[in-house]
Design a protein. Structure first.
Length: 368
């Protein structure tokens, strides 16, 4: 992406947040007011705030980081993507070993629980630590935006000296005027550097019964969540392929017309979060399974990141393909949907491929 506006160059973690999408670049600087949950942010918008920018964590009871900035700058027209690769960090990162055995065991347990009827799907994630204290994510954010690693690139101040950054391929929901859109992704396979094998994998994913089954959970949940707010909701009968540099995904682009113009993009996103694409079904049972089977706090991973303006327009992406940088180092995350028929080793390979987006941007290589 060629940033003609220079807003990406002006982005400085700690004092500003940036969100890049197909609609352009948004740079928020300073903090005029902040909210710890979407409901408080909605109140700020109704009370006259021009815009709210930030992130909401995966856990529904965890504090969000949503701010009314002192200054907002936007570039609504962006140029073509550049061919240059992401910018690697200056410091040499040390990668702690990935907990492969723990993850495989968790997937095996989840598959047994699914077959026993405890739930139908759960998303299990992995987290890894890079020992790079006081890391500056700004060059990586610019590199991710330039490389097209995901449709939604972000660097957001989440408080405590920490920055959430990444490049998500998944749109949770957007509102532009009366038009509402969402693009749930579920069902994935790692890409191959060999063009023929890559094409074979894409074609196989499109007809995979297991992956289409997994995708149906996510697409139907998003459609059901939007029906109460939209008229003339259009839901594809078949998923299509979405590509990132490391993954093929099944996606469904859902669109509709908002019935009540008073319902903002933030309100829509809050109603949908978390979707089965990052949680599972039934959602309450899946959340309990995640708390039991995962050995770390997801924080803002698998949450939502974006903005909403006073007129209700806005964009919220699902917070995947991301990392959190702070005084004590970097945490990188990736997850995979587990359903009946999931193979633990294949899910391990899928999460490793998904981790590759951020590891490549950070200049770190790992083979699992």
């Amino acid at each position: 992406m060629f940033d003609e506006s220079g807003l990406l160059a002006a982005y400085q973690p700690g004092g500003s947040s940036v969100f890049v999408s197909p609609r352009g670049v948004l740079l928020a600087e300073g903090v005029r007011a902040e909210a710890g949950c979407p409901e408080q942010a909605g109140t700020l918008l109704r009370d006259g705030a021009e815009i709210v920018v930030g992130a909401v964590p995966f856990a529904l009871d965890a504090p969000a980081r949503l701010v009314v900035p002192e200054k907002i700058r936007q570039s609504l027209v962006i140029g073509q993507r550049e061919s240059r690769p992401p910018v690697s960090p200056k410091s040499q990162a040390h990668l702690d070993p990935l907990p492969d055995d723990e993850y495989v065991a968790a997937v095996e347990r989840a598959v047994r629980d699914i077959r026993a009827g405890a739930y139908t799907k759960v998303v299990l994630a992995r987290a890894l630590r890079l020992n790079t204290p006081d890391f500056d994510p700004a060059p990586v954010v610019r590199g991710l935006a330039a490389s097209g690693a995901g449709a939604y690139t972000f660097g957001v101040d989440v408080g405590g000296g920490r920055t959430l950054f990444g490049a998500s391929p998944e749109l949770l929901v957007a509102r532009r005027g009366t038009t509402v859109s969402a693009h749930p992704l579920a069902g994935s396979i790692p890409r191959s550097p060999d063009p023929a094998e890559d094409a074979r994998r894409a074609a196989g994913l499109l007809v995979s019964a297991k992956d289409r089954h997994e995708h149906t959970f996510a697409a139907e949940a998003v459609a059901d969540g939007l029906r109460g707010f939209c008229r003339d909701l259009r839901v594809p009968s078949e998923p299509t392929l979405t590509a990132t540099p490391t993954m093929w995904h099944l996606g469904s682009r859902i669109t509709g017309e908002i019935a009540d113009p008073g319902v903002s993009a933030l309100a829509l996103a809050t109603a949908l979060h978390p979707t089965p694409a990052v949680c599972g079904t039934p959602p309450d049972v899946a959340r309990r399974a995640i708390a039991e089977l995962e050995t770390f706090d997801r924080g803002f991973f698998a949450g939502m990141v974006g903005w909403t303006a006073a007129n209700g327009d806005g964009e919220w992406a699902v917070t995947i393909r991301c990392a959190t940088a702070g005084p004590d180092g970097l945490d990188v995350y990736a997850g995979a949907g587990i359903v009946d028929g999931s193979d633990p080793q294949a899910e391990l390979a899928e999460t490793t491929a998904k981790l590759g987006t951020m590891l490549a941007a950070l200049g770190v290589q790992h083979a699992a």
